[in-house]
Design a binder for this molecule. Structure first.
Ligand SMILES: C[S@@+](CC[C@H](N)C(=O)[O-])C[C@H]1O[C@@H](n2cnc3c(N)ncnc32)[C@H](O)[C@@H]1O
Length: 468
């Protein structure tokens, strides 16, 4: 990775120290001053660090990272696109290194830091321990800018000296400190202990590779729209634009260097969509023919809905319990010039159904999303162990309900992006027994994989047919 040229670090603004609140007394535990505007320059690393730290602190209280970042940007409308990019990069790195960073801080800090201080230190640690061949920033810049960031905010100003001391000690004793914390599994793997245990139990031969894969940066994979072009023609378009790419599936193209969608040739015109290569297996597996009635029961944001419609002239109903997310299905259909009926409703209910059976049903059910942590590194810190059982209970109800809506001879494809058998294979096996469903050939559990020729998330596929 090249050094980030967009950040001006020559003369970082040193704002006047903010007034400390009396409520900084530990026992009062004040709420974070999330609306506080620092006087930092938007193009400084300090600005990006305090923004990323704010987002991280929100994640620690249960908000997902994209939403937390969106909240930070909404509160600071002067955040430039470059600063947004830098904040996002720091926050995502921090999520992937959080176990190690928090263990390092616990080892060095004289007492447990308050939420925003802890988050700021985790952001700085993620940059200081970045695995990149070319470091994103120089060590001294990271320390200097983290201290400047601490100084700029009332929730961190008092801890400025401690922040400085911790980061400088880390630079002096790096190897010894890293060696010490690596003895703790949470710090070594950067997942909660229950997650590490679950991976070991489910995948005793490959849990290390699975956990490591979840800490890698994800590829940018495109789905080529079969209605508009071919993979070969699109690869040629990319080559003309000077963008290196390889084919990694029947419709899947991986860009060598991820870019924003605005820079992807033909994206606005619907030539391609962003979709993991593993997720691109769903539509072909459903084997939809022209004229069929198809239900996509958990459809948002519509990746699989649109793929189905790119492959056949079908009558698709796209259902999702979350009306806001369902609106994104509409946006994607519009960009691709496709049509479907959108219904905001819960898939375990039937009040929305007109009683006409479906020929094909896609049940891409809500799950722990443990197979897509490389794209959503915050998930591991947000999920709780009990979520697996709760989500499996809901998806069991969804499957049983949808089965009643399937025409004789019709097919139902059950999909999860989970690595936990309780949500996937065990669920599929129990469903088949409960409903006397015929199980057809499908990939089953795909573990996350990367490399030449293939690159996909962790997904599960089971295909069922109803007796005619
Ligand atoms: C794995 S995502 C679906 C991804 C989508 N199929 C795609 O390819 O773009 C699961 C979706 O299920 C929705 N959902 C959650 N609970 C639901 C329920 N009870 N009924 C219907 N949809 C639900 C969520 O809002 C979410 O959009």
């Amino acid at each position: 990775m090249n050094k980030r040229p967009t950040l001006s670090l020559k003369s970082p603004a040193k704002p006047a120290a903010p007034k400390l609140r009396a409520s900084h007394a530990r026992e009062l535990k004040p709420a974070l001053q999330t609306h506080f505007q620092t006087g930092l320059k938007a193009d400084s690393l300090a600005y990006s660090l305090i923004g990323a730290a704010n987002a991280l602190a929100q994640v620690r209280t249960g908000t997902n990272l994209p939403q937390a970042l969106a909240q930070v940007w909404a509160r600071q409308p002067d955040t430039t696109p470059q600063a947004r990019g830098a904040m996002q990069d720091i926050a995502y790195r921090a999520m992937r290194q959080l176990g190690q960073s928090e263990a390092l801080v616990t080892l060095m800090a004289p007492k447990a830091p308050e939420a925003l201080v802890s988050s700021l230190l985790s952001c700085a640690m993620a940059l200081l321990t970045a695995p990149d061949e070319v470091k994103p920033y120089e060590d001294f810049t990271i320390v200097d800018q983290t201290v400047t960031a601490a100084e700029s905010h009332p929730d961190t100003a008092r801890a400025k000296g401690m922040v400085n001391a911790v980061l400088r000690r880390f630079l002096r004793e790096r190897q010894a400190l890293l060696g010490t914390v690596q003895l703790q599994p949470v710090a070594k793997w950067n997942y909660p202990q229950w997650w590490i245990d679950a991976a070991k139990t489910a995948w005793p031969d490959s849990w290390q590779a699975i956990l490591a894969s979840g800490n890698s940066a994800p590829p940018l994979t495109l789905r080529v729209n079969a209605r508009k072009t071919t993979v070969d023609a699109y690869l040629a378009t990319l080559a003309d634009a000077g963008m290196a790419a390889t084919r990694i599936g029947p419709y899947a193209v991986r860009l060598e260097k991820p870019v924003g969608v605005a820079l992807i040739p033909g994206f606005a015109d619907g030539l391609v969509s962003v979709q993991d290569a593993g997720a691109q297996l769903a539509a072909p597996l459903l084997d939809v023919q022209d004229g069929m009635r198809v239900l996509d029961a958990c459809a948002a944001p519509g990746g699989k809905t649109c793929h189905i419609l790119e492959l056949a002239d079908a009558h698709v109903t796209a259902l999702d319990a979350d009306a806001k997310r369902l609106a994104r299905v509409g946006e994607n259909l519009k960009r691709l010039q496709l049509q479907a009926t959108l219904k905001p409703a819960e898939a375990q209910t039937s009040g929305w159904w007109d009683g006409q059976p479906f020929d094909r049903i896609l049940a891409d059910v809500p799950c722990t999303a443990s197979g897509i942590v490389r794209r959503h590194p915050d998930i591991r810190w947000l999920r709780r162990k009990a979520d697996t059982l709760q989500l499996a209970t809901l998806s069991g109800k969804i499957l049983d309900n949808l089965w009643q809506m399937l025409a004789p001879g019709g097919k139902l494809l059950f999909v999860t992006c989970s690595l936990w058998p309780q949500e996937s294979e065990a669920q599929a096996a129990a469903f088949a027994v409960r409903n006397q469903a015929v199980r057809l050939d499908a990939p089953g559990q795909l573990l996350p994989a990367g490399g030449p020729g293939q690159d996909h998330d962790g997904l599960f596929y089971a295909l069922f047919q109803k007796n005619a």
